[in-house]
Design a protein around this ligand. Structure first.
Ligand code: FPP
Length: 255
């Protein structure tokens, strides 16, 4: 994992192990076509399918998608309803194929906020695919980065109150074991579509060293070619994790 103590620089190399995506622009995509916003979300599901397939084909180990933020409840009831319905039907329709392809599917976020039926389907899907390792696909639903950090703090505080952990022993490494996705390498590449250049309360803790890639393409237009462009951009990055640039490090080493 790309911990704080890592000092070596690294060429990002051929491909990231873990890609995270903020899928933005569904509403604008629909509006430009004179369609209701919800049509954009339906088109967005096709993009999800394409990117999952492409990730499997390209040997990406983990893909994490921001599907619904803690703040998205503020949208009109009807839009929220359509989104929840889409999660449910997509899950039902796709789970067999995902399982056959060796995809492990998991959800992160405050599950108690989701409808009972959706929660049941999520549990079933997670159980069914728990042994798969080809691609770790994580859907962030009712998720927020601050919620994630707060739930980790709550968990740790409980451990400390019960006397199972010494508060003095809590450092970044220990804390990081309690945030979501702690069993995966941290995201190497975060892609945001839709033209905005912000994180919007996505994986705040986990992206400390992540390369950030922003594209103006709207999520339903994000296809394999666009994905490959992002991956090629990443391959050209030099990752330093707080160290000196590679060339500089060699000079220092020469003495
Ligand atoms: C942001 O676009 C997108 C969302 C809030 C929902 C993302 C959902 C999907 C792509 C569909 C379902 C996903 C799965 C995993 C089955 P926006 O509505 O904010 O677009 P705008 O910025 O143009 O208004």
């Amino acid at each position: 994992m790309n911990g704080e103590g890592e000092s070596a620089t690294a060429r990002a190399g051929a491909r990231p192990r873990h890609v995270a995506i903020v899928m933005d622009g569904n509403g604008r995509w629909a509006r430009r076509r004179g369609l209701p916003r919800t049509a954009g979300h339906r088109a967005g599901v096709q993009s999800v399918r394409r990117v999952v397939e492409a990730s499997v084909a390209r040997g990406i180990e983990a893909l994490t998608l921001f599907a619904f933020s803690s703040e998205n409840w503020r949208r009109p009831r009807q839009e929220v309803g359509v989104l929840m319905g889409l999660f449910l039907t997509t899950l039902q329709r796709e789970i067999g194929r995902l399982h056959a392809e060796g995809v492990r599917l998991r959800f992160i976020g405050a599950r108690e906020g989701l409808a009972e039926k959706l929660r049941r389907r999520i549990d079933e899907a997670e159980r069914l695919t728990a042994g798969n390792r080809r691609l770790h696909l994580t859907i962030a639903a009712n998720y927020g980065g601050r919620w994630d950090i707060a739930q980790a703090a709550r968990h740790l505080a409980g451990e400390a109150a019960a006397g199972r952990i010494d508060p003095e022993a809590i450092d970044a490494e220990r804390f990081g074991r309690y945030v979501c996705l702690a069993d995966l390498p941290e995201p190497d590449l975060l892609i945001r579509t839709g033209g905005e250049q912000r994180i919007s309360n996505f994986l705040l803790w986990q992206i400390a060293y992540t390369e950030l890639y922003f594209t103006d393409l709207l999520w339903p237009d994000f296809d394999e070619r666009a994905y490959d462009e992002a991956l090629a951009w990443y391959a050209g990055r030099e990752r330093r994790f707080g160290a000196l640039p590679h060339a500089e490090e060699e000079r220092v080493g020469d003495g």
